[in-house]
Design a protein around this ligand. Structure first.
Ligand code: CA
Ligand code: CA
Ligand code: CA
Length: 215
């Protein structure tokens, strides 16, 4: 029954994988393959997040953004961004995107795109929408309570969840990030806490990905 094990990846898994692959593609261009230097970062921003970049008036914006995340994880401002620092940046942009979508009346949530979104933008937007789908099931529509989070884990990250031996894994994962952004363990996850969790899973996934290449 080998075919039964191979469930197709969910939208969430595809988006996470896409973000890892895109980071890898730009980080791999020169020097250290596991990090982005400022040139790689600028190429990434101008290519993948061009609609964000071109709306910025400050010509130094990319340098400033890079500086704001460089060293955020390991405390070393070495002019290189590792995957975790990259996720902090992307997560920040996604938090803004999530807030904007929540404030926007539903009728205006689908403006006709003037330019085709890039793979990166699609992946980021789809993660925001998946969060909103589950968080919006009941109660506060910008918070996932345990039931909503459990539904998310069992549906969108099914292959990960099914492979865990610990029956309390979902509760433990939730507790590990609840309060990480506001210091309040309120048994609910806001988008930023949710992204900390997803980011952690992606970092683990990315490490596996990189070590696979080194073999
Ligand atoms: Ca590099
Ligand atoms: Ca909710
Ligand atoms: Ca919380």
């Amino acid at each position: 029954m080998a075919h039964m094990n191979k469930i197709p990846p969910s939208e969430m898994e595809r988006s996470m994988e896409k973000i890892i692959t895109i980071f890898q593609r730009y980080a791999d261009k020169e020097g250290n393959q596991a990090t982005m230097n400022s040139k790689e970062f600028e190429t990434f921003m101008n290519t993948e997040l061009g609609s964000f970049t071109k709306n910025q008036k400050d010509p130094q914006i990319l340098k400033k953004i890079m500086k704001s995340v460089d060293g955020g994880v390991d405390g070393k401002q070495d002019g290189e961004i590792d995957f975790q620092e990259f996720l902090n940046l992307i997560g920040g942009i996604m938090v803004a995107c999530n807030d904007a979508l929540l404030k926007c009346p539903p009728s205006k949530q689908h403006p006709a795109p003037t330019v085709k979104p890039t793979d990166m933008e699609c992946a980021m937007e789809s993660i925001v929408r998946v969060f909103q789908h589950y968080a919006g099931k009941k109660g506060e529509n910008d918070q996932m309570d345990y039931t909503e989070f459990e539904a998310f884990m069992r549906t969108e990250l099914k292959s990960f969840t099914d492979n865990q031996k610990d029956p309390n894994i979902i509760r433990k994962l939730m507790e590990s990030v609840d309060g990480s952004t506001d210091g309040r363990q309120d048994r609910k996850l806001n988008f930023q806490e949710f992204m900390n969790l997803i980011g952690g899973l992606m970092v683990a996934c990315h490490c596996a990905f990189v070590s696979q290449f080194k073999k």
